[in-house]
Design a protein around this ligand. Structure first.
Ligand code: CP3
Length: 355
């Protein structure tokens, strides 16, 4: 494997000093880019795009061709795992993800099995190796998975939800069945992430997008406990280098200290958190990733630059920060504002290093 030309992102995750603050954007390949919409049209659908390693590779590289980003992220979706478990993922136009066969009764739940990443999910591993080859050592490649709780939300609800009625009813009335789903899913996630690492992913991220909808005790029991098991099961070193891991619980700011102790290299934060206070709480235990409000990108270029500087200033001049948005970039983002953001983060953080 060739030497990495830009390993700033990996070093920041390991809390080593860097010349500037590295950045990437959650959902950096997506509908705000006309070239993405073009490829997706050619693919026929979002899912066919995910399932074609060459087109997944093509869209992964699109944001990197436009912007000076410090990492690439595998183009895929967290819901490929339940799809491989037989739930039948599809995307109804304008309605988001849906499952043909959501988990409804005890029998279905008891029959759930962790998929072999080299069988049903081989297309993801093929995409990882193809992207890694195409990157040619320019920037590191991030692999990812959904958290067991977040995947279970979709598997039980059958799609997106505003109140999590079905999954929370199951959790409170049949915690044994809920734990069974989470246990199988946890084993699936560990095998899936490790297979991505073996295929060439140089860092991994676990998206606990709906952990924040849980009550305080329920978060520990039904999300964090499984996030801890995943961290303990991940491959830690590969190609003679650490493989850092990131955990992101959206809405998890109040539980930051517990999340920071879960065993990951870094914690992703949404925009509700003050990075300076967060850093004071976690000290040098973990790196932090975040946390610009994605809605800032709807504003003027001046406002984008101003808000980006605020995020950098709030973290301060310490190692261990990866700049990102507090959640995925919106499809309504103006692409030119992303150029302003990347330029500002790099130049302002370089200036900060000079004191
Ligand atoms: O960051 C990246 O560029 C990598 C690609 C990526 C996608 N989904 C592509 C995608 C990643 C990391 C995800 C993760 C994902 N998927 C999460 C966790 C992160 C988060 O946002 O909280 C979740 C909850 C999902 C499930 C999912 N997939 C939803 C709810 C939707 C519909 C939302 C929407 O924007 O329409 C998707 C579809 C999806 N995944 C799109 C993309 C680019 C849009 C699909 C399209 O092209 O129509």
């Amino acid at each position: 494997m060739s030497q990495l030309q830009n390993d700033t992102f990996l070093r920041a995750l390991m809390r080593q000093p860097t010349e500037y603050t590295p950045m990437w954007l959650m959902r950096q390949a997506g509908r705000y880019l006309p070239e993405y919409c073009e490829t997706r049209k050619r693919a026929g659908s979002f899912l066919q795009l995910c399932k074609s390693p060459s087109m997944a590779c093509e869209v992964t590289l699109q944001p990197l061709a436009r912007y000076d980003l410090d990492a690439a992220i595998l183009f895929s979706d967290i819901l490929t795992v339940p799809d491989a478990m037989g739930l039948g993922l599809y995307f109804a136009e304008g309605e988001g993800p849906r499952f043909e066969r959501p988990l409804k009764d005890e029998w279905e739940i008891r029959n759930l099995a962790a998929p072999d990443p080299h069988a049903e999910l081989q297309y993801v591993m093929d995409a990882v190796s193809e992207i890694r080859r195409a990157l040619g050592g320019s920037v590191p490649l991030i692999g990812f998975s959904g958290s067991p709780w977040t995947l279970a939300c979709y598997m039980v609800e059958g799609g997106s939800s505003s109140d999590y009625r079905k999954v929370k009813s199951l959790m409170y009335s049949r915690p044994d069945l809920m734990h069974h789903i989470l246990d199988v899913t946890t084993r699936a996630v560990i095998a899936y992430l490790n297979a991505q690492i073996e295929a060439g992913a140089q860092a991994v991220m676990v998206f606990d997008s709906w952990g924040g909808v849980l009550a305080h005790d329920a978060y520990r029991e039904f999300s964090l406990a499984y996030l801890e098991r995943i961290a303990a099961g991940l491959i830690r070193e590969r190609e003679e280098r650490a493989v850092p891991s990131i955990v992101f619980t959206k809405g998890g700011g109040l539980w930051l200290e517990d999340i920071a102790a879960a065993g990951y290299s870094a914690v992703g934060l949404d925009w509700t958190v003050d990075l300076g206070k967060a850093r004071a709480l976690v000290g040098d235990k973990v790196a932090l990733q975040g946390n610009l409000d994605p809605a800032v990108l709807f504003a003027s270029p001046e406002a984008v630059a101003e808000q980006a500087r605020r995020v950098l200033d709030s973290y301060g001049n310490h190692p261990g920060h990866v700049f990102n948005l507090g959640h995925g970039i919106s499809q309504y983002t103006v692409p030119d504002n992303v150029s302003v953001l990347v330029e500002t983060v790099h130049s302002h953080s370089r200036r900060m290093r000079q004191g």
